[in-house]
Design a protein around this ligand. Structure first.
Ligand SMILES: [Zn+2]
Length: 144
């Protein structure tokens, strides 16, 4: 048996059980497959997705969640790019430069760079504000 994700022209999604994909095609061409909600016979097969559950309603509501995750990721990327635009890259001199700025030995500005966990911890203990910035691998090349 094969479980296929199907959709009618009205956008109703449902599942059909067939002996094989060919069996579905054959039944569909003979108009034997119909939408359980509106009875439409022009049913299309959707690309199969991981099965989350068997209820059409719950499955539909899982889509916005995936969209939301994508939106969140896009928003995080925007914030990251903004930070990159507004900061000066001091590379591995980050800890040193952050101290110089903190003690007013260097002009006040926003910097970014690389610091070891120990350096970052030491800066925090000295009252210097540091923000860990997780940089996605895709952006690494443009950073250094
Ligand atoms: Zn329908």
């Amino acid at each position: 048996m094969k479980v296929l994700d199907l959709q009618c022209p009205d956008g109703h999604r449902f599942e059909g059980w067939f002996a094989s994909a060919d069996d579905f095609e054959s039944q569909r061409s003979r108009k034997l497959v119909e939408c359980p909600m509106c009875g439409a016979k022009d049913v299309n097969r959707l690309p199969s997705a991981p099965r989350l559950n068997l209820s059409g309603a719950t499955e539909a509501s899982s889509r916005p969640a995936a969209d939301e995750a994508a939106h969140r990721q896009a928003a995080a990327m925007r914030v990251l790019r903004e930070v990159l635009d507004k900061t000066e890259n001091v590379g591995d001199r980050f800890a040193e430069e952050a101290r110089r700025i903190h003690y007013r030995e260097a002009p006040s500005r926003n910097i970014r760079g690389v610091a070891s966990a120990e350096d970052a911890q030491a800066l925090v203990e000295e009252g210097i504000e540091v923000m860990p910035l997780p940089v996605p691998a895709a952006l690494k090349g443009s950073l250094q």
